[in-house]
Write a protein that binds this ligand. Structure first.
Ligand code: THU
Length: 135
């Protein structure tokens, strides 16, 4: 499979920007578009806990709101603040959003630049609820 280590390295950089004073768990994400552009995201927490947002949605919403519509991959890394990032599975809400905006073929890299696994969104989120269910 294509070497996307650079995308995971970028996710590691993004993780340094996390704002997580409540959980002390920092997450970084980097989205790669089909046109070869990268957008980064980190988790951003809030004193009103439900108002926080995950790194994955920060990254893909940034890209989408800049007009991007075709996505190749997302790299995700997370761990205790101040420690090295490692395998961090995306939460259910992020999987739903990635399903809507990225689709089943989106590559999902989980781990660290040193060691990561590549999945497809479809394999991580089978039987997604999609726009087809509404028609
Ligand atoms: N978090 C993410 O950013 N992405 C995930 O996929 C899992 C969880 C964040 C949310 C919260 O700021 C912290 O990690 C602890 O749940």
């Amino acid at each position: 499979m294509e070497d996307l280590k650079f995308l995971m390295e970028t996710a590691e950089e993004a993780r340094k920007l996390a704002y997580c004073p409540y959980s002390h768990f920092s997450v970084g994400a980097a989205v790669l578009t089909k046109s070869n552009k990268m957008y980064i995201g980190c988790n951003i927490e809030n004193a009103s806990f439900g108002a926080g947002i995950c790194a994955e949605r920060t990254a893909i919403f940034k890209a989408f709101s800049e007009g991007e519509r075709e996505f190749e991959a997302i790299a995700i890394t997370g761990g205790k603040e101040g420690e090295d990032g490692h395998f961090c599975a995306p939460c259910g809400i992020c999987r739903q959003v990635l399903s809507e905006l990225g689709g089943d073929d989106l590559k999902v890299l989980l781990g660290s630049a040193e060691q990561y696994e590549t999945y497809t969104l479809g394999s991580l989120f089978p039987f997604a609820f999609t726009k087809n269910n509404l028609s």
